[in-house]
Design a protein around this ligand. Structure first.
Ligand SMILES: [Zn+2]
Ligand SMILES: [Zn+2]
Length: 298
């Protein structure tokens, strides 16, 4: 992204940018202020990078906030280690997790068996083995991180809210759908220094995120349009659980041609090159500046 644009507000950086089959899982971070480091998901592959980031800034940090979009291991497997590291090695820093209410309820249900859901599809297909393994892994992960973090909070849990100070740059969670067996998948909206950032997490439904983006970039009585970045899950194969580039690119193009206040960054891709090439041929530019990017690992 150009330097000019970076100066307008806070910047999201990526520890990894690709999908769950890679070793560069899509996890991001930003510094909303000098005392806070915010992560968007954290995989084990990116734990060392996250740890270095925390350690390098340990002197000035007071809060590390983990925004979790869902419980697939490419998004949460690094959380217990980071929680452990922060809690035991940097005791002055508070580690908090913010996610959807449904995810928290589901996490507790998985960990502590409250109304446990069936684990087995029972016909012994590979699919079931993966599913059981995935859920067992998530169970182990969730039970480890939930007792290391200071606050596990959703903006709707009012009693938690009194202990957790909701940062003023956090706008809201956006409930979404992804894998049908996973409850509580969500994206996030942030607003800081007159810039809005919308982050979808893994999703198969773009509508709410486009609506959110349109609200920020459209002139209306209450609000002037503000520069907005939409970070959006995208794959070039049709899986049913992620957004499909072939279908979404037309919607994105329409949205981007209508406004000069929006930039879109594609992430979680299986094949970034294809998307980079096509994004270039779409020639969506504002002055000399592209409007459509593919996320780059820092
Ligand atoms: Zn993922
Ligand atoms: Zn996922």
């Amino acid at each position: 992204m150009s330097e000019l644009y970076q100066k307008q507000g806070f910047e999201l950086k990526f520890l990894g940018t690709m999908n769950g089959f890679s070793q560069s899982h899509t996890n991001a971070y930003f510094f909303p202020d000098s005392e806070t480091l915010a992560f968007l998901d954290l995989s084990l592959y990116n734990f060392e990078k996250a740890k270095r980031l925390v350690d390098r800034n340990a002197d000035r940090l007071k809060r590390v906030i983990l925004f979790l979009t869902h419980t697939h291991d490419d998004h949460i497997s690094g959380v217990p280690r980071l929680a452990f590291h922060v809690r035991h090695k940097i005791p002055g820093v508070k580690l908090e997790v913010l996610t959807s209410t449904l995810l928290i309820q589901d996490a507790y249900r998985i960990c502590f068996g409250m109304g446990a859901r069936p684990l087995v599809g029972s016909n012994g297909e590979l699919d079931d083995v993966i599913r059981i393994y995935g859920q067992a892994l998530n169970k182990a992960i969730l039970s480890r991180w939930s007792d290391q973090v200071e606050f596990l909070v959703d903006q709707n849990l009012l009693d938690e809210r009194s202990r957790f100070v909701i940062p003023d740059w956090f706008v809201k969670t956006v409930p979404t759908t992804h894998s049908p067996r996973l409850l509580g998948s969500c994206g996030f909206v942030f607003r800081l220094n007159e810039k809005a950032v919308i982050y979808t997490g893994d999703t198969n439904a773009s509508e709410h995120f486009y609506e959110q983006a349109e609200r920020f970039v459209t002139e209306n009585i209450d609000m002037k349009p503000i520069p907005t970045e939409l970070y959006i899950d995208m794959e070039t194969i049709e899986t049913g659980v992620h957004l499909y580039w072939e279908k979404e690119k037309k919607n994105l193009e329409r949205l981007l041609r209508r406004t000069n206040h929006l930039k879109v960054v594609l992430m979680h891709c299986n094949d970034c090159e294809v998307m980079v090439d096509e994004a270039l041929t779409m020639n969506l530019r504002l002055g000399g500046e592209p409007k459509l990017f593919v996320a780059e690992e820092e």
